[in-house]
Design a protein around this ligand. Structure first.
Ligand SMILES: *[C@@H]1O[C@H](CO)[C@@H](O)[C@H](O)[C@H]1NC(C)=O
Ligand SMILES: *[C@@H]1O[C@H](CO)[C@@H](O)[C@H](O)[C@H]1NC(C)=O
Ligand SMILES: *[C@@H]1O[C@H](CO)[C@@H](O)[C@H](O)[C@H]1NC(C)=O
Ligand SMILES: *[C@@H]1O[C@H](CO)[C@@H](O)[C@H](O)[C@H]1NC(C)=O
Ligand SMILES: *[C@@H]1O[C@H](CO)[C@@H](O)[C@H](O)[C@H]1NC(C)=O
Ligand SMILES: *[C@@H]1O[C@H](CO)[C@@H](O)[C@H](O)[C@H]1NC(C)=O
Ligand SMILES: *[C@@H]1O[C@H](CO)[C@@H](O)[C@H](O)[C@H]1NC(C)=O
Ligand SMILES: *[C@@H]1O[C@H](CO)[C@@H](O)[C@H](O)[C@H]1NC(C)=O
Ligand SMILES: *[C@@H]1O[C@H](CO)[C@@H](O)[C@H](O)[C@H]1NC(C)=O
Ligand SMILES: *[C@@H]1O[C@H](CO)[C@@H](O)[C@H](O)[C@H]1NC(C)=O
Ligand SMILES: *[C@@H]1O[C@H](CO)[C@@H](O)[C@H](O)[C@H]1NC(C)=O
Ligand SMILES: *[C@@H]1O[C@H](CO)[C@@H](O)[C@H](O)[C@H]1NC(C)=O
Length: 425
């Protein structure tokens, strides 16, 4: 490119630049100036509450002509409005600022990983355009009142101390909601029909709360659903799993569900993780689970399933984790376990097995990485095959009655082989 051409394009660029500046003075600067003033209020609010440790907001300089380059702040493409605030992990303690709604173009607010306390201020609900709100990992308490959050698509309130019932305010804010994480709070009462009208919801995590009563029936159309570690009970109805079930991950662990688990779960053709651990399920493990070819994790431990393991499960070629611990299985280890050649984690602890280590063939499983046989009633010498298990890294044998070796260690880490040799007896 010649000097003349360069000079010409520079002049064009300058002209375009001047037009842009003029345009923004006419169109946007006054609202941007208001946004900047609200951010400066936010800065003084944060500095008053945080006298020692200060986050990036302390670098917000009132002399700057625009706040769009301040750390943690983003503007729209034209640089005319503040649209995003990310003050995650910024050592912020105290209450939540009471005038975020002064930023009328705000779409994204991330205040996660701080020590914010108090209740969620009603002012946040006045942010008409807010699509993303992350207040995860704080000490927020009070009850949930999401009145006004009509545009919300992603809501993460996990790891706080929010209490009360979920159902009081959810329905009205549900239209756009795609992700709702309310995990690890202090919610009580029933789930009820709170989420019936959340037509776009895909990810719902209600785990580690204090919810009681029945399961919500509508979760089959989500991708991920967890109610792990609550106080829910009742049957799991077959009608939940309709032919259009889109679940990829279902976690019902740590509740008090009982009865037979419905075979209709096989309608969920995309299921990768099924966690029923720690309930009171009885009866057979549905053989239809064997048709869910995407399944990788099947956790059925701490229930009362009957001891016949369906052969259909052997065809699940992606199955990596199989947990059938603590299901009152006794006698010899079921022979079928020796055929799960694909499995890496096999958990059979806390049953009442007395034998079958050799006959089942589990000590010859080619891909086994972690094998947990603790809390059973095995006796006799420690089997020699253990030292030849090629892929084994963790072997848990504690709380049995193996002879000749006094197992004080809970877990044997097979770093270099042969680490334990049966000849030590
Ligand atoms: C950016 O400016 C253009 C032209 O003025 C306008 O059409 C567009 O809506 C603006 N975009 C935003 C996000 O404000
Ligand atoms: C502060 O901003 C810098 C650059 O934007 C970033 O790398 C850093 O992680 C931020 N610190 C905090 C505590 O957010
Ligand atoms: C919130 O910000 C707006 C815009 O600057 C301002 O008009 C209003 O007075 C502020 N409200 C409070 C309670 O500070
Ligand atoms: C919320 O923030 C936490 C911590 O910064 C992060 O781990 C989590 O992924 C965020 N949630 C969403 C939905 O982005
Ligand atoms: C929730 O907040 C809105 C507005 O802030 C208020 O009008 C309503 O009474 C509150 N609802 C409850 C149940 O406290
Ligand atoms: C919800 O939040 C918790 C804690 O922050 C996290 O472990 C979990 O993966 C999140 N759930 C979803 C569905 O993202
Ligand atoms: C949880 O809520 C109960 C009342 O429902 C209350 O007694 C308890 O202190 C709360 N726990 C926390 C950690 O806030
Ligand atoms: C669950 O709620 C009951 C009262 O409803 C309360 O006594 C208990 O402490 C709560 N448990 C947890 C873990 O918050
Ligand atoms: C799924 O199927 C059920 C009946 O089988 C139907 O009532 C429901 O509307 C369907 N849901 C979706 C999202 O298609
Ligand atoms: C299972 O049922 C038994 C007897 O009905 C009860 O004692 C136990 O607490 C229940 N366990 C769970 C996890 O609900
Ligand atoms: C549902 O629970 C009842 C006990 O309340 C039990 O008798 C029944 O067999 C269960 N139904 C199914 C399908 O498991
Ligand atoms: C099994 O896993 C592989 C690798 O993650 C994946 O490509 C394949 O689609 C999975 N098979 C099924 C049936 O989901």
């Amino acid at each position: 490119m010649s000097d003349g051409e360069t000079g010409h394009s520079n002049r064009v660029a300058l002209l375009v630049f001047l037009i842009l500046i003029a345009g923004s003075v006419v169109a946007g600067d006054s609202v941007l100036e208001t946004d900047k003033q609200v951010l400066l209020e936010l800065k003084s609010f944060l500095e008053e509450q945080n006298l020692i440790n200060r986050g990036n907001y302390s670098e917000w300089n009132p002399q700057d002509s625009t706040p769009c380059a301040w750390p943690g702040i983003s503007c729209d493409v034209n640089g005319t409005r503040v649209t995003r605030i990310d003050l995650s992990d910024n050592d912020i303690a105290g209450d939540i600022f009471g005038n975020f709604s002064g930023l009328t173009a705000l779409t994204y607010l991330d205040l996660s990983k701080n020590t914010l306390g108090g209740a969620i201020p009603g002012d946040l609900g006045q942010c008409q355009n807010l699509k993303f709100l992350n207040l995860s990992h704080n000490i927020i308490d009070g009850e949930l009142n999401l009145t006004g959050f009509n545009s919300l698509e992603v809501l993460d309130l996990s790891l706080n101390r929010i209490g009360g019932e979920i159902q009081s305010t959810l329905p009205e804010i549900c239209n756009s909601l795609v992700v709702a994480n309310l995990s690890t709070n202090n919610f009580t009462g029933v789930i009820g029909n709170s989420f019936d009208h959340c037509r776009n919801l895909q990810y719902l995590d209600l785990s580690s709360n204090n919810l009681s009563g029945d399961l919500w029936f509508g979760f089959g159309r989500l991708k991920e659903f967890s109610v792990s570690e609550n106080k829910l009970d009742g049957n799991v109805s077959a009608g939940i799993f309709t032919s259009n079930c889109s679940l990829q991950s279902l976690d019902l662990s740590g509740n008090s569900f009982f009865g037979e688990f419905p075979k209709e779960i096989s309608n969920c053709k995309q299921l990768v993780e099924l966690n029923l651990w720690g309930n009171n399920f009885t009866g057979p493990i549905p053989k239809d689970i064997g048709s869910i070819l995407s399944l990788q994790e099947l956790l059925l431990g701490s229930n009362k399933f009957s001891s016949k393991i369906p052969e259909s499960l052997l065809g699940l070629s992606n199955l990596t984790i199989l947990d059938l611990s603590n299901n009152n299985f006794g006698g010899d280890i079921q022979e079928i376990f020796g055929q799960f050649t694909q499995v890496k984690f096999l958990l059979l602890h806390s049953n009442s097995y007395t034998g079958g280590l050799h006959s089942s063939g589990i000590l010859k499983l080619p891909n086994i990485y972690r094998l947990d046989l603790s809390y059973n009633q095995f006796s006799g010498p420690l089997p020699a095959e253990i030292s030849q298990m090629v892929s084994l890294k963790f072997l848990v044998l504690a709380h049995n009655q193996f002879a000749g070796i006094y197992l004080q260690i809970m877990e044997i880490c097979m770093d270099s082989k042969p680490l334990i040799s049966p000849t030590t007896s």
